[in-house]
Design a protein around this ligand. Structure first.
Ligand code: AHR
Length: 676
């Protein structure tokens, strides 16, 4: 893009009379030429090939994004693995209450001698001394369990019978008796909404399940599981899922939240983090193998953000979600170093995995590729197939490292991993990392290392002020076209108070025009973070907020969506003339070869509406039909408030314009013009 500043508002051409007609036809407001800037598009050239996959998502389990978030499980601490290492006030029995019905009495204990699986070491021992009307446990979920009337919920638990009657000195014939059990969904006032009966018998772990259909809807149900006779029952994996998950998947995703994400039409999904990937200690990294296979065999752990991660939402579910959305999966693995802020170190606490452990670690990374892409009868491909996906997932990109300090400790380990992947799977693009900032030591060293190693792609991150994005619109113009491509894996405009203002969203729109103009080398870009549960937020701003029953997309979300659904595969040259110095007005122009549409995006970050003429006179056409979308508001400080109507919504229109047409672009706005 040529950006030409002029106080004299030059660059207007002799088609002005046509503009007036065009704007009148379109129903726009006509202002005089002296108020206009002109965006002239070069339609003689074909334009350069650009990434058709520019806008995607970065998913990290932060702000309760997984458990209590996207993962549809409604029970909190279902496998009794909560721990004080995650939260000082937590333990294996957290979020469970003892229920003693009628004259009943009993107590809860913790077992670890005969776990369901070694990866899931703890379970609950429910000891019932006097059965009364039932003694058992209750769970209120993540703050609350919302249920809908007439909808089906899959309830299940694992159990074995430890003893019947008295624990010591009971009658021997008692031991043969089965234990009758009852599961209920109850309202806050104790009204029974749904129930199911079970019989637990024998010393082996067995899964029991039933469908519960509440008769009445409530936002605050609780799940109760009762033993109806005296005795001891071991319980684990007590679970409640809506049947109605995203795409009806088992062990699936919360439908409204997943749909909101899918509505972004993300072209790729990076997961599972962020800082979560390398973890707070050398052996605390996210091990993908712990996250696949039957859920009761997955290895829950503390995530870097200081809470519990069941890994019920694991690699299989990430790949499946990517596939369901038509997004390219981009998993990220640790580069064999922990976070430089680990071990309570505020600075460089980076440690490397002992070198003699690296070969095994590297095998795990290679196994991931086989798990994703290998035939169903390969060692790891068979694990994928057993989960229900016989066809390969088609992995093409693999992130190695996240914002790591670029030290020799990092470089040695990264290189070992990269070389092994390149040797065994030469088609996989290994995505490197160039530190946490837009510039500085790690950025410089990361890029230097990437050049030396001939990396094909690196992951840049920056959280910056809205003004920074406006000041750096030309950042990628100067990047060498022969270096690694850029994946801008994390970015956001941060206000001083870190609210999701319209100002921040419009600054991101401006940034996106520059990424798009340079998307011959900026292949992917994802806003971060994606999700945040109200009341459990460690980081703001985020793209989508939610609570137990509602989803609140931010204004920033709408900008991401508009860019995502209006992408192209050819970038066209254009000039912007008549701008004043420092004026917050920018644009990008692409063509979508499939539809043939020409898509012009114009961002006005100023506090005044701006008149601009679009000049397509270099092309063969005299008139175009136009679909336009305008997203903006006079007040840049607006944010979407919970429960209120969205502060700003996109307004769509249709019309016809001449090859040169003028219109007004509101203050703080993003306008998409789709011309055909
Ligand atoms: O997006 C939140 C965090 O920001 C990510 O975990 C990390 O990569 C970055 O510092």
């Amino acid at each position: 893009m040529k950006r030409e500043y002029s106080c004299l508002k030059t660059g207007y051409n002799n088609r002005l009379s046509l503009c007036a007609i065009a704007v009148a036809a379109f129903g726009g407001v006509f202002l005089s030429a002296a108020d206009s800037v002109t965006l002239s598009v070069d339609l003689e050239a074909e334009g350069k090939p650009i990434s058709a996959d520019l806008v995607g998502i970065f998913y990290e389990d932060l702000n309760y994004a997984a458990d209590g978030g996207l993962y549809a499980e409604l029970i909190q601490n279902r496998s009794f693995e909560y721990s004080p290492t995650e939260n000082a006030s937590w333990g294996p029995l957290s979020f469970w209450d003892l229920v003693e019905g009628g004259e009943g009495s009993g107590h809860l204990g913790l077992g670890n001698m005969r776990p369901v699986h070694e990866n899931n070491p703890h379970y609950l021992m429910l000891n019932v001394e006097i059965a009364g009307t039932g003694v058992g446990i209750a769970n209120n979920g993540f703050d609350q369990i919302p249920v809908e009337a007439g909808k089906s919920y899959a309830f299940s638990f694992w159990a074995y019978q430890a003893y019947m009657g008295k624990k010591w000195g009971g009658a021997p014939e008692e031991e043969e008796k089965p234990m009758p059990m009852l599961a209920r969904l109850e309202s806050e006032s104790g009204e029974v909404l749904a129930e199911a009966e079970f019989v637990v018998q024998g010393r082996e772990w067995k899964q029991h399940s039933a469908t519960l259909v509440p008769t009445v809807a409530t936002e605050k149900a609780r799940l109760v599981l009762l033993a109806k006779e005296a005795g001891g029952i071991a319980l684990d994996m007590v679970s409640l899922f809506p049947h109605d998950t995203f795409k009806g998947r088992q062990n699936g995703l919360r439908k409204d939240l997943a749909q909101t994400i899918a509505d972004l039409k993300p072209k790729f999904m990076r997961f599972p983090g962020g800082c979560l990937v390398h973890g707070q200690g050398i052996h605390q990294y996210y091990n993908w193998k712990d996250s696949v296979g039957p859920v009761e065999q997955r290895k829950a752990f503390r995530n870097s953000w200081g809470y519990h991660q069941t890994l019920g939402l694991g690699y299989y579910e990430f790949f499946q979600f990517s596939e369901d959305m038509g997004a390219i999966p981009i998993p990220v693995v640790s580069a064999g170093v922990c976070c430089q802020h680990a071990g309570d170190s505020p600075g460089r606490g980076q440690e490397g995995m002992p070198l003699d452990e690296m070969p095994d670690y590297i095998e795990d990374v290679l196994d991931l590729v086989q798990w994703a892409n290998g035939p169903a009868d390969s060692e790891w491909g068979s694990v994928r197939a057993a989960a229900g996906q016989a066809e390969p997932f088609g992995l093409k990109y693999l992130g190695v490292g996240n914002e790591d300090a670029i030290t020799s400790i990092f470089e040695v380990r990264f290189k070992m991993i990269r070389d092994a992947v390149a040797e065994r799977y030469p088609d996989i693009v290994v995505v490197g990392t160039v530190g946490p900032f837009a510039s500085g030591e790690d950025y410089d060293n990361g890029w230097k290392f990437a050049r030396e190693e001939g990396l094909k792609m690196v992951d840049e991150h920056y959280y910056v002020s809205p003004q920074w994005l406006w000041d750096n619109l030309d950042r990628y113009d100067a990047y060498s076209r022969s270096d690694a491509e850029v994946y801008l894996g994390e970015y956001a405009a941060h206000e001083p108070d870190r609210r999701n203002t319209l100002r921040s969203a419009i600054a991101e729109a401006a940034g996106l025009t520059s990424f798009e103009r340079n998307s011959d080398i900026v292949r992917f870009a994802s806003y971060a973070p994606l999700l945040s549960r109200r009341g459990h937020t460690q980081w703001t701003p985020d793209l989508i907020y939610f609570d137990a029953t509602n989803v609140y997309p931010s204004l920033n979300y709408e900008v991401q969506r508009l860019f995502s659904v209006n992408g192209g595969d050819r970038g066209l040259e254009f000039s912007l003339t008549g701008l004043s110095e420092g004026e917050k007005l920018t644009a990008s122009v692409v063509r979508d070869s499939k539809s043939g549409d020409l898509i012009v995006k114009i961002v006005n970050g100023g506090s005044e509406a701006r008149t601009l003429a679009v000049d397509l006179s270099s092309g063969p056409r005299e008139r175009y039909s136009l679909d336009d979308t305008v997203f903006g508001h006079d007040d840049a400080d607006l944010v979407n408030e919970d429960g209120a109507l969205p502060a700003v919504v996109s307004v769509a229109g249709k019309g016809e314009v001449a090859a040169v047409f003028e219109r007004v672009y509101p203050a703080n706005s993003l306008t998409i013009l789709r011309l055909r």
